[in-house]
Design a protein around this ligand. Sequence first.
Ligand SMILES: [Zn+2]
Length: 252
Amino acid sequence: MSAHPGDCCTTTQTDTQRRTILKSALGLAAFTAVSGLPWMMPELAEAAALTKEQRDAMTPDQIIASMKEGNERFRTGKPTPHDYLAQKRATVGGQYPAAMILSCIDSRAPAEIILDTGIGETFNGRVAGNISNDDLLGSMEFACALAGAKVVLVMGHTSCGAIKGAIDGAKLGNLTGLLDKIKPSVDATVFNGDRSSKNDLFVDAVATTNVRHTIEEIRRRSDVLAGLEKDGKIKIVGSMYHLVGGRVEFLS
Ligand SMILES: [Zn+2]
């Protein structure tokens, strides 16, 4: 196999073409409406954050599917290589997040990381025990009714200290009132066995009940969000993040 006289030039041209194609693909993802989206095309996610056109083209179900795919990438050790500086630059002029996530303050459950999302893709409310209150409801109403997010994801997690505190009836300053919001979930959890904070299975069962309770509270106390959901404009869904294994389990 002898080298063709034009090999060097052919190779150069091919490399240039490849770079051009890649650049065009990234530009397409960054600046125009396309059927796919960064969450759905992780190879393009580093190009920029969500555009308004991309976000508006998504259905709530597609957004939920994208979050599941993002968690799968995280869980299997294949997260998107985010270019945070590019995402930062792309979002200076505006933001078009697809979802609002309400999760616990636990340092082991950072929503953006475990769902493999970037800057400008989700609103994030964090409070111990992922409960709702007036201010969080207002934040969620802003996210969905004014800023266009289409999914509210309430995310609890296993081994939650706030849940354990509520089970134990812990009292400390302002924390007492916060834990009072979790106590109805302790009482409502049907569980055969040791109902103490020492029992991980009970703690996680209460945490799951608490996620469902928070969703009920959102619907009951926010006419704005309940109305958007009734009209099919948003979906309000619950999930549990498993510290062991890293899976976000979506509750039906
Ligand atoms: Zn927690």
